[in-house]
Every structure is written in structure tokens, then in C-alpha cells.
Design a protein around this ligand. Structure first.
Ligand SMILES: [Zn+2]
Length: 102
């Protein structure tokens, strides 16, 4: 096996090139995780985007998240509605999708 970047001969077990550090098996190397931000979703939102934002942050299904919010809303007698409002005010909006170039 040879490094695709600099051509150095490598062991088959090497994950990185010893000389240039180029990953030899990108499929095995975990991609650098994007920093997570709790933001209100602009895309796929139904109300304020809070549910979609939370769902994305927690890697949850957005529908399940909405059901959870609704259930909590009923159980809490409306207090969760205030939490939702607070979250909507506090949470920054995610970056708007760039408008398509014309
Ligand atoms: Zn290399």
C-alpha cells in the first residue's frame, strides 16, 4: 500500500501516512464532528422552529419531539408553553439557507 498523497510505502495496517499524515483509510477515520449549536430551525419548522431545533440537537425525530412537547404541555398545564416561548426568544435562529443564485 502506498500513500496517495506523497507515495510513501505504508503497512496495510497504517491508518495515517507516517510522512505526511494523510489518512490512508478515510472510511475508517471518523470525520471531525461539527460543533453542535442549539438553534431554532428555519427549515422544516412548524411553529417557531424550537421543536425542530431541539430534535436536531438531540438527534431525535422531530415528530417525536413535537409529541413530547405536546404531551408535556398537557401534563404541565401550559407551563411548557411558556418554556417554548422562552426557548423561542432565547435560541438563536440557525443560519438562513443561502438563496439560490439566479
Ligand atoms: Zn504520505
Amino acid at each position: 500500500m502506498y500513500c496517495t498523497q506523497c507515495g510513501l510505502q505504508l503497512e496495510d495496517s497504517d491508518l495515517y501516512c507516517a510522512r505526511c499524515g494523510h489518512p490512508t483509510r478515510p472510511d475508517l477515520v471518523r470525520p471531525v464532528a461539527k460543533p453542535r449549536r442549539l438553534t431554532r430551525a428555519v427549515r422544516g419548522k412548524k411553529l417557531g422552529g424550537v421543536c425542530a431545533g431541539f430534535a436536531r440537537y438531540l438527534d431525535m425525530d422531530v415528530t417525536l419531539m413535537r409529541i413530547l412537547w405536546l404531551a408535556l404541555l398537557f401534563v404541565s398545564g401550559g407551563i411548557v408553553g411558556l418554556v417554548y416561548l422562552g426557548a423561542w426568544i432565547i435560541m438563536p435562529r440557525e443560519d438562513e439557507p443561502k438563496p439560490a443564485a439566479t
